[in-house]
Design a protein around this ligand. Structure first.
Ligand code: SP5
Ligand code: ZN
Length: 343
């Protein structure tokens, strides 16, 4: 299996996030993808390729153009406004219930307007990394559409919490959604997304919620008890044309593989019935028992089984990297999914 990876993704670094009321170093670090890359090479899973360049327009097919343009200039505007600030650009005030959806002129107002939480800060190298991450997704999409059976887009920063015009949850541009749209724009009729990250893929769901050409399925922690809290409940089944094309399978905190596997199988059955041209996996590994911010109990071996079950669908499959913060085990667990898929 080919892996798409760009070293530019490491330029997004030294980020801090709000955690339990404090600013702490972000769990989403460049070392995550570095260790995954190391394991992929050590296990001889296949070639690692740096993606070609892609145009901004493909991102603006799922995000608003204003949002994408803002991400490119946010750090510069922050520096012009706060020349003393050497750390990071982040909001403190968000547009909430009964307030207006209006984009202010001040950079802190804009950051709030384009954010869903306080965990997606921007530094000098962020845009380069964000775009390189999108390019890993789009290069993978091209390979699949040129006949590869499977690819692994080792994207960072992750994407599934990014909606049409809001960053959050370490995510800026939605790599999986951008790839899904690119498949459709290049001749596919139906794309299925399976999101196995511990957290609900609220951004991806919201992008495709009223559409029948993308099926979104997700197994994740009950949002009543963990991030992203405000989306991801089982009664969310889609709206308008999209009614019936959104499947959320929330699980209680502390769920083990014995709880997880039946939910995963439900998602896989739904996907099989949909008969998609392509399967996209939002591959988060934060369901692991030792993940520092998550509460599922999956073991390293379970990821091999997960890969095998996904492969049983027999679909062209693009894996897109999302979360997973137990860095030491992240390489093993990710490679296990890919190896399980290939067995
Ligand atoms: C892509 C992705 O996985 N994003 C996840 C964002 C989660 N952010 C919220 C983190 C809150 C952690 N709180 C749990 C504390 C456990 N000690
Ligand atoms: Zn996650």
């Amino acid at each position: 299996m080919i892996t798409l990876y760009s070293e530019q993704q490491a330029l997004h670094c030294n980020i801090q996030e709000v955690l339990s009321g404090e600013l702490v170093p972000s769990f989403e670090v460049a070392g995550r993808t570095e260790i995954v890359l190391k394991h992929i090479m050590a296990r001889g899973l296949g070639p690692v390729i740096k993606p070609d360049h892609f145009m901004i327009e493909s991102a603006a097919r799922v995000h608003t153009r204003e949002y994408v343009d803002f991400l490119q200039v946010a750090w510069q505007q922050w520096q012009e406004t706060f020349p003393e600030s050497t750390t990071q650009a982040m909001p403190y005030c968000l547009p909430v219930r009964r307030f207006r959806s209006i984009c202010p002129d001040h950079i802190e107002g804009k950051l709030g307007y384009y954010s869903s939480d306080l965990t997606a800060a921007i530094v000098e190298g962020s845009w380069q990394a964000i775009w390189a991450s999108v390019e890993c997704a789009l290069a993978g999409q091209q390979l699949i559409q040129n006949g590869e059976r499977s690819v692994f887009s080792l994207c960072r920063p992750p994407g599934h919490h990014a909606s049409q015009d809001q960053m959050g949850g370490y995510c800026y541009l939605n790599n999986a959604a951008i790839a899904a749209q690119a498949y459709l724009d290049n001749g596919c009729q139906r794309v299925a997304i399976l999101d196995v990250d511990y957290h609900h893929g609220n951004g991806t769901q919201s992008i495709f919620y009223d559409r029948a050409d993308v099926l979104f399925t997700s197994v994740h922690a009950d949002p009543s008890w963990d991030y992203p809290y405000f989306l991801g409940y089982s009664e969310e089944t889609g709206e308008g044309d999209g009614k019936g094309f959104n499947l959320n399978l929330p699980l209680a905190l502390n769920s083990h593989w014995s709880d997880y596997e039946p939910a995963l199988q439900k998602a896989l059955d739904k996907i099989a019935a949909y008969q998609p041209d392509i399967l996209l996996i939002s591959l988060g590994l934060d369901s692991y028992e030792e993940d520092p911010i998550s509460f599922f109990k999956l073991k390293s071996d379970n990821y091999t089984t997960m890969g095998r079950l996904i492969a049983e669908l027999g679909l062209p499959t693009q894996f897109i990297f999302e979360g997973g913060y137990a860095v030491d085990a992240l390489g093993t667990n990710t490679a296990n999914v890919l190896e399980g898929f290939q067995q």
